[in-house]
Design a protein around this ligand. Sequence first.
Ligand code: GUN
Length: 291
Amino acid sequence: MAEIIDGNAVAQSVHAEIRGELSKLNFSRRPCVAFIRVGDDPASVSYVRKKERVAGELGMESRLHLLPESASQEELDSLIDSLNADDSVDAVLVQAPLPPQLDERKTFNRVRPDKDVDGFSNANLGLLCQENPRAFVACTPAGIVELLKRAGVETRGKSAVVVGRSLIVGKPMALLLMRKGMDATVTVCHSKSENLARICAGADILIAAVGRPQTITADMVKEGACVIDVGINRIPCAEKKSGYRLVGDVDFDSVEPKCSKITPVPGGVGPMTVAMLMRNTLNAYKYHMGL
Ligand code: GUN
């Protein structure tokens, strides 16, 4: 039986740390995060709502800016520019994915690096590559590092396999696992990888960020491995009022008996992404306040 890593519990303890730090700061304004959502993608609506709710619970201000699905790059750029210039805003987050007429990389790079709490800009990715502690690190991989640490997972010298090479998860995850202090030996797999199952089966730590439901099956997992499931996939479910249920990229029922530790979906990585966003926002605020 694997230990189920409780992401909600770990996120709560990060929230408590942030609350504690905020309560010691007695300043003229609260930390403020601005969200930009383009269109009404149901998953994005739900993620942004969750981020706003947690910000409010922690005593931070949040502002939601909505643009229509048909928004142009110029409209989006000018909104980002106005938030970049607004001294009462510490953090600017453009929820991905964006509609096809918008260029995600161009958009992420438009956000001022000191407000880029997603860590997706060239500037912050460059700082991460250089292991610079001032980098804003992408929230999902940063949350996974926190989960591994607090669950007592040894990474030093271990074989870590990251399945997925996205800018949001796969690439920064690989950089974090290989950096000094984490010291894992990292392999990154993707849709063109040959022998995916064999490579995964060699992993002491397996990070599944594929974006396809239940892709990682028991034959792809080493006995005693730690498995981190980044996927949040909606699959149709007639019994649920919403009409769908959430499953990860890991086939939990077959994989769980084989591993030592595993994250569930929901309640694993998801809450940590939000907690790390709050921590990055607090750090942006401290920087802007000269603390
Ligand atoms: N879409 C999925 N995950 C994320 C994230 O961490 N940040 C942003 N901006 N969009 C996302």
